[in-house]
Design a protein around this ligand. Structure first.
Ligand code: KE4
Length: 430
């Protein structure tokens, strides 16, 4: 494939932007190639600066559940833009989207909009600390909650992909309040929470981990987490930035029947525009300024264009049967991928929940960070580059989720399975 224009743009970008990218994983370093510069997208397709076309399984890292440039989303954003792009004042649209979120999520009585998932999780942890008067937080190895200081401890996503031990610039006296323990390890969880409960403000968890690759919660894990945090008066925070409106209209909390105290959202609720949110019990949310003393603010929070995109997106996701169709399509695709691995003899463990999935290049079960690390990232990189050459755009890391959208056609998925088989056969020849 011709990629000269992307190469020129990458060289130019590096003159002005660290690594030539505005988010590290986009640099594609762990898969051994330079990033493509994307110029447009539609449905399940991305188009790069050299006019190559790709079937997209990144979906902007989760937001594009409807596919790219959905006409009703574009129309809503365009109409909003014509009325002004930001007022710095409350608008009716914020009430509409807030009401949709409250109605959708069993545990959310009030919600505050911010501009990213990181802002949402950072604010939720500050709120939990302010509400409880305690400082400690517990997270899980390989989970990623954005780049706020408290979370850069054994974090997933780009921190994991780039092998950054934590991050310079994060003071020791911040991270000393963060305990990170293995995901799905109920014994360590109970022992840790009981030992530290006196100073634990919250536990923050991805109810389905997506940032070490997809790792589902083991049966009972989330229920045990809810029982322990309730017993020990520790705030339970579900980071549903990926899973919110992805797994079901009520997110992971509806799918697994576990109600957290606070929920963090992002990605899909902005329909591809910058939106994050945190919400939960009225008793806790009423501690947020200006009603309460826990401060959090944002110039562009509740931005009218982002609200319009989010409202249009959620309205389309409310349609009957949407999630059944999406999740069935993803299940069939995953079964096809597993069949290709079996037929070709390439060891792959495929973890899937709903329309998010990861094929780990290992024969081992992947249930946590340690087992995810057994995967053959070098082999994944070879597969990534082959599929890209063949017009399929996968996540540029073994330790990320792939997403099927409502825009992926049966032909897209069948073609991708054929190309996967061809790539796996080449892997065996290598
Ligand atoms: P943002 O600040 O990137 O909007 O959200 C942070 C975040 C919080 N919680 C979860 C569960 C997340 O997955 C994320 C961000 N996800 C990564 C990809 N797995 C974003 C991609 C990137 O960093 O460029």
């Amino acid at each position: 494939m011709k990629r000269s224009r992307s190469a020129e743009l990458f060289a130019a970008a590096k003159n002005f932007i660290p690594g030539g990218v505005n988010s590290p994983v986009r640099a594609c370093r762990s898969v051994g190639c330079d990033p493509l510069f994307i110029t447009r997208a539609s449905g399940s397709r991305l188009y790069d600066a050299d006019d190559n076309v790709y079937v997209d399984f990144v979906g902007s890292w989760g937001p594009m559940i409807l596919g790219h440039a959905h006409p009703q989303v574009v129309e809503a954003v365009t109409a909003a833009a014509g009325l002004g792009t930001s007022y710095g004042a409350p608008t009716p649209a914020e009430i509409d989207l807030a009401a949709m979120v409250v109605e959708a999520l069993p545990s959310v009585e009030k919600v505050r909009f911010v501009n990213s998932g990181t802002e949402a999780t950072m604010s939720a942890v500050r709120l939990a600390r302010g509400y409880t008067g305690k400082k400690g937080i517990v997270k899980f190895d390989g989970c990623y909650h954005g780049h706020a200081d408290s979370f850069l401890v054994k974090a997933g996503s780009g921190v994991l992909t780039l092998g950054i031990p934590g991050s310079p610039g994060v003071p020791e006296d911040i991270v000393k309040n963060t305990i990170s323990i293995p995901y799905n390890d109920i014994g360590t969880l109970e022992e840790t929470l009981r030992r530290h409960s006196h100073d634990l403000a919250c536990v923050i968890v991805e109810p389905v981990a997506g940032n070490m690759g997809v790792v589902p919660p083991e049966p009972g894990f989330l229920h045990k987490l809810r029982q322990l945090t309730r017993e020990l008066s520790i705030v339970l925070v579900f980071d549903e930035v990926i899973t919110g409106f992805r797994l079901s209209y009520g997110g992971a909390q509806e799918m697994f029947g576990v109600n957290p105290d606070l929920t963090c959202l992002g990605k899909i609720i902005g329909g591809g525009l910058p939106v994050g949110a945190y919400g939960g019990k009225r008793e806790i949310m009423d501690c947020v300024a200006p009603d309460g003393p826990v401060y959090q603010a944002g110039t562009l929070s509740g931005n009218p264009l982002a609200m319009a995109a989010g409202i249009a997106t959620l309205k389309l996701l409310q349609q009957p049967g949407v999630y059944e169709r999406l999740n069935d399509k993803a299940a069939q695709f995953a079964a096809g991928l597993s069949e290709v691995a079996r037929k070709t003899g390439v060891p792959v463990t495929l973890n899937r929940v709903g329309s998010m999935m990861t094929g780990f290049f290992t024969a081992m079960a992947v249930t946590d960070y340690e087992t995810a690390m057994q995967a053959d990232a070098a082999r994944y990189a070879l597969h990534y580059r082959q599929m890209l050459e063949d017009g399929v755009y996968l996540a540029p890391s073994q330790f990320e989720a792939a997403f099927v959208s409502l825009a992926h056609s049966e032909e897209d998925l069948e073609r991708t399975l054929q190309l996967t088989e061809s790539s796996f056969k080449k892997l065996l020849g290598k």
